[in-house]
Write a new protein. Sequence first.
Length: 230
Amino acid sequence: MEAVILAAGLGKRMKPLSYVLPKPLFRLGDKTIIEHIIDWLKSNGVGKIHIVLSYSGRLVESYLKNKKEVDINFIYSEPKGTAGQLIALKEHTKSTFIVNYCDSLFNFDLKGMIDFHIKNKSVLTLASIKRSIPVNYGVLTYTKDGILKRWDEKPSIELNVFTGLFIAEPLIFGYLNRDEILHLNDLVIKMIKNKERIFAYEIPGEYYDVGTLKRYIKILKIYDSKIGKV
């Protein structure tokens, strides 16, 4: 199966580091972020990887062009949002493909998600994981008459969140316009309204989001610990 890494963003949430290097080339442990993603996809049987870059992404192509153990195709796009940049892929694939954001890292067996996608004849399968979201207030539970039943101080709410990974069919290209900036959530809402078959798959393994400078610094420590003391 083919995969796509979306790396055509501007790295705004990573400033000032992204003034120096594009986000995919930030290091985590002994590899860059994008190398971790490529190696994980390759370990799950992906034979070809398309990388969508903005026109400032030449440095990424230059860094990866000698990575011979996997077939990489570099595609260039203007920053058009998380879904809009996929239109650049339309001429390069005609079959089912995996999409991985360039700031989402995983460690689980992808075969289960692929089988789930195929079994359900899904057009779009979104990878989900449970996260506890803290509420920084005292939460009141009361009847319609205002009689107080409970007070929960700063509770956590468990939610199913999107992880930046999905499997898609080429049918989604019909929802994309070359002149439109479109984010994935807006694309999914359009498809739900049209009653397309869209599923969520709860992933069974690790997921790291390095989309902001604060999260990158936190996860950097995790990956540094994996390579041991120097």
